[in-house]
Write a protein that binds this ligand. Structure first.
Ligand code: AHM
Ligand code: MG
Length: 333
């Protein structure tokens, strides 16, 4: 029988054999994984727990919060405060940063998260997830401030997500490829189920919210029109479409069987660069995609090279199969 490799063992071996993961980062990732287990249990309870429905509050972006958005946010904040591995946290659900209280030791890392991505799917029992990104606090700064978080995605030292679907799967990169861990509920631990994840360069499957078509920019319209034209069009092949309205589930599909995902800028709110958040969603997902051989751009440049100006900044996102993302990016230039 082949031996199961737990997340803990994977992290220890990465630290020992490849030197990728310093102790504080290993602790941080273990704590985040434990939070994902807790959130997964809450999600599974559904109507049997006090977890469904609206919390009747709004987050900083003016979006109505679900009870699970707040539960997941609290779980991540509380579990990560006291271990000594973090200096501060930032979340899609909180206006400002959360600095580790003085009574606990301060660590050298910064953790950013979207505690519950795909919130509109919570009440209909469709896949949702937690997305996280880890940065190092810049050297030489005694305290910690919002400015410390405003680093390019290429500075991330770890990134990942946990998808709560038919299985609960944690997907992680520390800059050495992408590994997937499935939650073994009997053992209570994440077990390595896929390594060396690789996205095929070509695909026949795209994901975009087609209801926004009339608001898109010309390059996106052209790309989708060409996909829809199928075998008799310029692409000379038929495409299939998926839209789950949960970026975590969408990226998980692309890492599992390929494809391209787009949430482009559109004319509904022209002053906003896009819907998705750079620091909590686009950066961690873009790094995972690149680590699996894919590409991620905003149509003009590599997402990981964007210098953030604010914590809750939004961005246009095109990611997935290399040749498709490069084609759509070339339509922009
Ligand atoms: P959320 O973080 O508030 O859940 O919003 C982000 C989600 C993404 O997961 C998904 O790609 C997108 O919003 C779906 O948006 P739409 O409902 O416009 O299709
Ligand atoms: Mg989200």
């Amino acid at each position: 029988m082949t031996q199961k490799i737990s997340l803990t063992r994977y992290l220890v071996e990465q630290q020992r054999d490849h030197g990728h993961i310093p102790s504080q980062l290993r602790l941080l990732l273990e704590v985040v994984a434990r939070c994902c287990k807790t959130i997964s249990h809450a999600v599974n309870k559904g109507d049997l727990g006090e977890v469904m429905g609206s919390a009747e509050s709004e987050n900083v972006q003016g979006e109505v919060q679900k009870k699970l958005d707040i539960i997941a946010n609290d779980v991540l904040i509380e579990a990560n405060e006291w271990g000594g591995h973090l200096a501060a946290m930032a979340s899609e659900e909180m206006e400002g940063i959360h600095v580790v209280p003085n009574r606990y030791p301060q660590g050298e890392y910064l953790l950013l998260f979207d505690p519950l991505d795909g919130s509109s799917n919570i009440d209909i029992n469709v896949s949702i997830g937690t997305i996280f990104s880890v940065l190092k606090k810049p050297d030489g700064d005694a305290g910690v401030s919002e400015k410390d978080f405003l680093q390019k995605g290429s500075n991330q030292v770890a990134a990942g997500y946990c998808v709560y679907g038919p299985q609960t799967t944690l997907v992680l990169t520390v800059g050495d490829g992408v590994a997937m861990f499935t939650l073994d509920r009997e053992q209570g631990s994440f077990v390595l189920t896929d390594e060396n994840v690789c996205i095929p360069e070509d695909t026949k499957e795209f994901a975009i919210n087609m209801s926004n078509m009339r608001h898109w920019d010309e390059p996106v319209k052209r790309y989708i029109d060409e996909c829809l034209a199928g075998k008799t069009g310029v692409r000379k092949k038929d495409f299939n479409m998926r839209w789950i309205a949960s970026m975590v589930a969408e990226v998980h599909r692309i890492l599992s069987r390929g494809g391209i995902f787009m949430y482009p800028w559109d004319k509904r709110e022209p002053e906003k660069p896009g819907k998705l958040r750079l620091m909590y969603e686009a950066n961690p997902m873009s790094w995972l995609i690149e680590q699996a051989g894919g590409v991620a751009t905003n149509g003009k440049m590599r997402i990981l090279d964007i210098q953030p100006k604010t914590l809750h900044e939004r961005v246009s996102v095109i990611l997935g199969a290399k040749n498709e993302v490069e084609r759509l990016t070339s339509y922009h230039t």
